[in-house]
Design a protein around this ligand. Structure first.
Ligand code: PEP
Length: 247
């Protein structure tokens, strides 16, 4: 039997205690256990997510993690701190972190290793910008980003990590990548993972996934789930995406 699809919500910089309470309650009430669901919430809301989702089929996690374990790193949050709040996953190397906060491939690789060492599944984002795509560099960019991680992490980490292909031009634009693009890039990434001894690592697609296109995207070969930004802020729509993953 094929493994359940993995659907992860990225709340980004959104939410309030009140808003989250309603969303988390709706998710808990509407989720079923045959799809693996997770929400990655802002750091201050991890305790709230833990309290609301404990005992449900929905996991929770963060959107960033420090590469450091402890010390004089003001503003950072370590992987061990995330485990204190029951996080099972963390998004690493999101394009917004790469472009707005200067995270390079080497930093991303260290963060992946730090998360995995603490027993948290790193969801490693790779993806090309619009100009890289227009220059025909998609394959080169995504394989470079993934290779930077694969060379730095242990075999065990490679097996358990999740990779999300998120073309930057598709994030938050309402314009998802075409089936052909997703099929091609996921096949390429799968081959790269196989060569690295990580054939079973899960490969997600992210970039304007919505209830209306989820079924098509989730049915493409080598798509094991989705990383969902905007649409994950609406519990009903996020649950519809989960439903599409089930079908
Ligand atoms: C994301 O931020 O990871 C993302 C995929 O966003 P959206 O679904 O809004 O495109």
């Amino acid at each position: 039997m094929a493994a359940a699809k993995y659907i992860v919500g990225n709340w980004k910089l959104h939410g309030s205690v009140q808003e989250n309470a309603a969303r988390l309650a709706a998710l808990k009430a509407g989720c079923r256990s045959d799809v693996a669901l997770a929400v990655c919430v802002p750091f201050p809301y991890l305790a709230q997510a833990q309290q609301a989702l404990q005992g449900s089929a929905i996991a929770w996690g963060a959107q960033n993690v420090s590469e450091h374990a402890k010390g004089a790193f003001t503003g950072e949050v370590s992987a061990a701190m995330l485990t204190d709040f029951g996080c099972s996953c963390v998004i690493v190397g999101h394009s917004e972190r790469r472009s707005l906060y200067g995270e390079d491939d080497a930093t991303v690789a260290r963060k992946v290793q730090a998360a995995a060492a603490a027993g948290i599944t790193p969801i490693v984002c790779v993806g090309e910008t619009l100009s890289e795509r227009e220059r025909g560099e998609t394959a080169q960019v995504v394989t470079r980003q993934l290779a930077a991680v694969l060379v730095h992490v242990s075999t065990e980490t490679k097996r358990h990590m999740v990779v999300a292909y998120e073309p930057v031009w598709a994030i938050g634009t309402g314009l998802a990548a075409s089936e052909e693009d997703v099929r091609e890039v996921h096949a390429l990434l799968r081959e790269q993972l196989e060569r690295a001894g990580a054939a079973n690592a899960r490969l997600l697609y992210g970039g304007s996934v919505k209830a209306s296109n989820a079924k098509t995207l989730l049915n493409i070969a080598n798509v094991d789930g989705a990383l969902v930004g905007g649409a994950s802020l609406n519990a009903e729509e996020f649950l519809e995406i989960a439903q599409a993953a089930r079908a």
